[in-house]
Design a protein around this ligand. Sequence first.
Ligand SMILES: C[S@@+](CC[C@H](N)C(=O)[O-])C[C@H]1O[C@@H](n2cnc3c(N)ncnc32)[C@H](O)[C@@H]1O
Length: 204
Amino acid sequence: MKNNYDTIARYYDFLSRTIFRRSIINAQVCLLSYIKPNTSVLIVGGGTGWILEKFQPAGLEITYVEISESMLELSKKRIQHNNVEFIHQSIEDFTPSHQYDIILTPFLFDNFSATNAAAIFDKLHASLKTGGNWLFADFIDDPKQLWQQIMLKTMYLFFKVFARIEAGKLNDMDDLFSRYQYQKIFEKFHYGRFIYSAVYRKEV
Ligand SMILES: C[S@@+](CC[C@H](N)C(=O)[O-])C[C@H]1O[C@@H](n2cnc3c(N)ncnc32)[C@H](O)[C@@H]1O
């Protein structure tokens, strides 16, 4: 199976915090104020589920889609402040029953080839209500920054070996959001501009 984080699920947060300190956390927590109470939220690729403990009790209806069984099991043990439905499925296979107010994709799209990223983007786009917010966090690289290129190559090599991830490079997600006419209403850079957070509003 591709993108299989099962073997590294237990160590994932430790590794990510050792290398990126709090940047991975900050990149996601800074987006959460864009979620209004009593709304529906689709989280794809939430990993160990630490993000669930950062949500305020706000009557949220959260759908949590994770391809990794081990990640999902860890997520279920988190303190839940809202109503969470856990779904063990790839986003490719998941069929949403309704449109969501909010979609959160934290470090998800760096896993996919350009073709799959575009297809998954299209699916998620259809699953978001018009006027809804897409909360996005991921790596972003500057080809002129040698340290970023070295880190990216090392990370992709590591995840190829331990998680068999299908991607070998980052996708230009900002371009996809532009093509679908999203309006960017918030952005923030972290970790020497290697990590990027943004809120995109679906206009059409
Ligand atoms: C890089 S990790 C990020 C984890 C978490 N968001 C974080 O920031 O700590 C990517 C996560 O996406 C999940 N994932 C990868 N491909 C997926 C897919 N096709 N459908 C659903 N989840 C997927 C992996 O299992 C993993 O938990």
